[in-house]
Design a protein around this ligand. Structure first.
Ligand code: SAM
Ligand code: SF4
Length: 337
């Protein structure tokens, strides 16, 4: 049975208080001319799930004392926003397991970025929704790799399907813009695409199907499960009529609406890399800024004085690869997904 969610209008984005052109500091542009607009901010590498593609069964997480403090997040993210970052997307690991989650979100909400958003597994998120909405956090990506409770629990090795689905419903009816992320694996959940399309049409929530990327130690044994976006679309077409819709030039996904009213995105990082339009930087939970998901190179922003940022950021921008790197051995939960 498909859970029903009423459609609600988007809540407005935060007012943009400081335009890049007002600022005297150098904007974040790499040697190829790509302008950085989005920052993934990892709060922790820890998570209460053990998704088989992301985590070993017995991971060792960084001690809390070694992670950036709320005030360090505030200082670093303010500097980056003053240089043109427009969106702060909080992630992890699982950001809601960080003991200072609310404190850090509060600090980030005071920085005049255009958008504050969050990626979460949804397990502990419902209790924070009112708080987040009041802060001005508007956009939530919630991961849900299966609509079948037993399957979901086997994939996540610790997740509770009904809790996450209830959280998605609550978030969507509370005015957040919600997107559901589902990685598609051959022989595991690739038969569920039409179910997800029906669910999206009934709920009004966009579902984004992700290609599995060669990230972390797990990819060596799991990549034979890879399903390309073209294969996903081919498997959906007999079931739903799909019309392409326009997306921003640096969007990671291409999006279709179906005749039944579903909104389906595809993130084809492996088969159709979008490096040429990449506008993303990543801040790890220990303060390293990196310019590419697929490259372990980065520079620590810890203890950098305001006058030192220019040189450090030039180094990070010079590290941004121009084309797609094949794989990265560091796990997604450590990088900040
Ligand atoms: N714990 C949160 C969650 O699961 O949404 C936030 C962090 S998680 C690393 C962010 C996203 O990365 C999730 O949607 C997850 O499915 C995705 N992810 C993890 N490993 C991946 C991989 N190898 N390829 C593609 N996406 C991956
Ligand atoms: Fe945790 Fe997210 Fe990784 Fe799953 S994908 S183990 S929820 S960090």
């Amino acid at each position: 049975m498909v859970p029903m969610i009423a459609r609600t209008p988007e809540i407005p984005v935060l007012p943009r208080a400081r335009l890049q052109s007002d600022s005297l500091v150098k904007p974040l542009v790499d040697p190829s001319g790509r302008v950085m607009r989005k920052l993934r901010v990892s709060l922790t590498d820890a998570c209460q799930y053990r998704c088989f593609y992301c985590m070993p069964e017995n991971p060792v997480f960084t001690r809390n004392a070694e992670l950036l403090s709320p005030s360090e997040y505030g200082a670093i993210c303010s500097e980056l926003v003053s240089r043109g970052i427009e969106e702060l997307r909080v992630t992890g690991g699982e950001p809601t397991v960080r003991p200072e989650f609310r404190e850090i979100m509060t600090v980030l909400s005071r920085i005049p970025a255009q958008r504050l958003s969050l990626t979460s597994n949804g397990q502990l998120l419902a209790r924070h929704l009112d708080f987040l909405r009041d802060l001005g956090c508007t956009h939530l990506n919630i991961s849900l790799d299966s609509l079948d409770a037993g399957r979901f629990e086997r994939i996540t090795r610790g997740g509770d399907f009904h809790t996450v689905m209830a959280c998605i419903e609550q978030a969507a009816t509370s005015g957040f813009t919600v997107k559901v992320n589902a990685i598609v694996f051959r022989g595991i959940n690739d038969d569920e695409l039409p179910d997800f399309a029906r669910w999206s049409a009934a709920s009004g929530v966009e579902v984004r199907f992700l290609e599995y990327m060669k990230i972390g130690p797990e990819h060596a044994t799991t990549f034979d499960r890879f399903v390309s976006a073209d294969e996903m679309i081919a498997s959906l077409e007999p079931h739903v009529g799909m019309n392409a819709v326009a997306v921003p030039h640096d969007s990671t996904s291409f999006v279709f609406e179906t005749s039944a009213g579903a909104r389906l995105g595809f993130i084809a990082s492996e088969s159709k890399p979008f490096c040429g339009a990449c506008s993303r930087l990543r801040l790890s939970a220990t303060g390293t800024l990196r310019s590419c998901l697929m490259s372990e190179r980065g520079v620590s922003l810890r203890n950098v004085s305001s006058s030192g940022y220019g040189d450090v950021l030039d180094r990070v921008m010079a590290m941004k690869p121009t084309g797609r790197l094949d794989h990265v051995d560091q796990a997604m939960h450590e990088i900040g997904g």
